[in-house]
Design a protein around this ligand. Structure first.
Ligand SMILES: Cc1ncc(COP(=O)(O)O)c(C=O)c1O
Length: 399
């Protein structure tokens, strides 16, 4: 058969990370590639108990169709807690529940862009979001990153010169893939720029709660006087990704349109797990779960950084995140992350090459991402020194 696939799907390639899972099924391979949260952070005892209770006592609501905006008690709880604790949301904002943060990128693209409009993004960035913007045939334009967030001159240049800039996509805190956090000073300047150039910002913040050092930095949403920030949160990294629960805080006018788009996409997010999460939040144990996750991840991150300092060649420049699940390694300009990732795989180490995360994936990139949430401490102790040896050999061969 000669199937006629749409122009939307043809430019999309299977995710290099999903492809890599094929190899990581080999038990001998140590993976620093994926980005899953560690299963020991799932609050399984509570989920088991609350689930049984809901299925016993409130099963009709849990198993019946619900409203598209989401389970009302959860929406109201999130609205008041985000406002009280993080100054997120105003009277003109509301909350809708979505099927994972990933759905926000799809709904916002559908609602806010036409084909050919520009979406600006940090470069590199999260592949799931980039692929979503690509699938709507937008003009995806990357803005290079510095240690404290995007290069502001490049951002302003892109806003001035790219056609119809509609959206700026950012992960300002513990970015995937770099681990970089945008400084407060840069946040203020970026906010001024989006106001000046009439751009809507998607602030994607799935890692904000996973802070292991340093002070919380105010979100863009908390400074959103002009009502142009769509804030996206997720329970994937602080409860479980399999339950597929996230939320959007945005001006009610935007959320009304996103709700229509969501109705067409999946009617509503899984009711049962909305009720489980609402009850879990009601019981007040989430802070303890986050603290436990932070303890596990910060130990792994510090171990990885110490071993990198000891074993990686000095030409490799590594970010030193204060939270999240990832760090980023830049190699000298003549290196190629894809070639290095192939070499590492031959030594039974999986990493994701930097090129995969770029807005333009057709150019080699001299770097790669490392994940520290999934490998055990023993895996990190075993894998990082070996990676250091392979890096030394690879860089020596380039000379
Ligand atoms: C930056 C970023 N945004 C969104 C997501 C998707 O999250 P969710 O599981 O809530 O759809 C991820 C997942 O890794 C991510 O890294």
């Amino acid at each position: 058969m000669n199937y006629h696939f749409s122009d939307k799907i043809l430019p999309l390639k299977p995710s290099a990370i999903r492809e890599m899972f094929k190899y990581t099924e080999n038990p001998n391979i140590l993976s620093f590639g994926g980005g899953n949260p560690a299963p020991e952070t799932f609050p399984i005892a509570e989920i088991r108990r609350i689930s049984a209770d809901i299925l016993q006592n409130r099963y009709v609501e849990a198993l019946q169709y619900g409203i598209t905006e989401g389970y009302r008690p959860l929406r109201e709880r999130l609205r008041s807690q985000l406002r009280e604790l993080h100054n997120i949301g105003t009277d003109s904002d509301n909350v809708i529940i979505i099927s994972g943060a990933q759905q926000a990128m799809d709904l916002v693209s559908k609602v806010m862009t036409n084909e050919g409009d520009t979406v600006l993004s940090e470069d590199p960035s999260f592949i799931g979001a980039l692929n979503c913007f690509r699938s709507y045939n937008t003009n995806l334009a990357g803005v290079p990153m510095a240690e404290d967030g995007m290069d502001l001159a490049a951002l302003e240049h892109a806003m001035k010169t790219q056609p119809n800039v509609r959206l700026l996509y950012m992960i300002p805190t513990f970015q995937n893939p770099t681990g970089i956090t945008t400084s407060l000073e840069k946040r203020k300047k970026i906010y001024e720029l989006i106001c000046q150039y009439d751009v809507i910002l998607i602030e994607d913040n799935p890692y904000g709660d996973l802070r292991y050092a340093g002070e919380e930095i105010p979100t863009f949403k908390s400074m959103d006087e002009e009502h142009r920030v769509i804030y996206v949160g997720s329970f994937s990294k602080i409860i479980s990704p399999g339950i597929r629960l996230g939320y959007i805080v945005a001006p009610a006018e935007i959320n009304a349109k996103l709700t229509v788009a969501k109705q067409a996409a999946d009617v509503h997010t899984n009711m049962f797990f909305q009720m489980v999460v609402d009850q879990y939040l009601e019981e007040g144990n989430i802070d303890a779960n986050i603290a436990r996750a932070c303890e596990i991840y910060s130990r792994k991150l510090n171990l990885m950084l110490d071993l990198i300092d000891e074993y990686f060649p000095k030409e490799v420049k590594t970010t030193r995140p204060q939270g999240g699940l990832f760090l980023w390694c830049d190699l000298p300009a003549e290196a190629d992350g894809v070639k290095f990732a192939d070499l590492a795989l031959r030594h039974e180490l999986a990493i994701v090459p930097g090129q995969t995360f770029m807005c333009r994936t057709n150019r080699p990139y001299p770097g790669f991402r490392l994940n520290f949430s999934m490998p055990s401490e023993a895996d990190i102790r075993q894998g990082i020194p070996v990676m250091g040896q392979i890096l030394k050999a690879y860089l020596a061969d380039l000379q």
